[in-house]
Design a protein around this ligand. Structure first.
Ligand SMILES: [Zn+2]
Length: 328
């Protein structure tokens, strides 16, 4: 069954300036790789437009949204932090990235596609309700989660964030509720931006125990990630019984990424994708919406994304799913 794909050349118009790691070439490298490896034509390309403001406003303060708009219109070079570079087109492009996440959520929820991946930018998981952080303007994965709950009536969403950086924004947006379980695997906050994501951050008030942070030591690779996914992530997802699984798919934990200090191989990401996909098959009809976050070495990013996509596209039989559930 089909894997949906969200991409627009408009995503290249978010100009972060020379030497910024989060640059348009990231998506060019992904698209080139998908075309040369003949993956592109096998994807179901999902049409989409900018996110309606009402959905962005559910996660972000109206004053912040307006501030992003005005800063872009005024030709400011960054917003809130020097990390978050912007250009005149960035506000529109950020709305388009959020709109892509919504369209992917629609396509998966309606059954038009089996699962979907958004090759979009700017990324989103650092974006807080009222401010930009870490290259992120609007929190795409959070907007998709809220949309699936409010518009499609889904009861529970699990977000798994395997970007090397902790998704502070996503955690904070959902930390006081349990309909969204946020699970993050990331480099330990003692060593890595943004300095949040300690194990003791487990949610607040009504969201107690609905945040699961799994900080990993620098240098962790396929073995450490595999153990964390099998021993911690999998039981948490099984307990939460989500109606859809969302992925904050950052590939900056790959061995060789300039911003991360981890040693995951591209095939390690493929294993993780396949495992999470099978888990979704057994729990929620295979509904997976994966949204690009980080990944800053162009060649490695493109390789990781193509392996991630081929795992999502793989048609697997019932027997294999049952074997996975049996722990074979
Ligand atoms: Zn990252």
């Amino acid at each position: 069954m089909a894997t949906g794909f969200v991409y627009s050349p408009r995503f290249l118009d978010h100009d972060t300036g020379r030497d910024h790691p989060e640059r348009p070439d990231r998506l060019r490298a992904i698209v080139d790789r998908l075309k040369t490896h003949h993956i592109w034509d096998d994807l179901t390309h999902i049409p989409f437009g900018p996110a309606p403001l009402e959905w962005v406003e559910r996660l972000h303060d109206r004053t912040y949204i307006e501030r992003v708009k005005q800063a872009c219109e005024a030709g400011e070079r960054f917003i809130d932090t020097a990390d978050s570079a912007i250009s005149p087109a960035s506000y529109e492009v950020a709305l388009l990235a959020a709109g892509g996440a919504i369209a992917a959520a629609d396509a998966v929820a309606s059954g038009r596609v089996h699962n979907a991946f958004c090759a979009s930018r700017p990324p989103g998981h650092h974006a807080e309700r009222d401010r930009s952080m870490g290259f992120c303007l609007f929190n795409n994965v959070a907007i998709a989660a809220e949309y699936l709950i409010r518009h499609h009536g889904l009861s529970r969403i699990t977000i798994v964030d395997f970007d090397v950086h902790h998704g502070n924004g996503t955690q904070h947006l959902f930390e006081n509720r349990c309909d969204v379980l946020y699970v993050s695997l990331h480099e330990h906050p003692m060593h890595q931006y943004p300095g949040t994501g300690f194990t003791h951050e487990r949610g607040v008030a009504g969201g107690e125990a609905c945040t699961l942070n799994i900080p990993l030591d620098p240098g962790s690779g396929d073995g450490e990630y595999r153990r964390a996914v099998l021993d911690l992530v999998t039981p948490a997802i099984e307990k939460h019984r989500p109606d859809a699984l969302l992925l904050s798919a950052g590939f900056d934990a790959v061995d060789g990424d300039p911003l991360g200090h981890m040693r995951v191989s591209p095939h390690g990401f493929q294993w993780m994708t396949r495992h999470l996909k099978r888990l979704a098959e057994s729990l929620c009809g295979g509904r997976v919406v994966s949204i690009l976050e980080g990944g800053y070495d162009l060649r490695l990013l493109a390789e990781c994304v193509s392996l991630h996509l081929t795992a999502l596209m793989q048609d697997e039989g019932h027997d294999e799913i049952m074997a996975m559930k049996a722990g074979v």
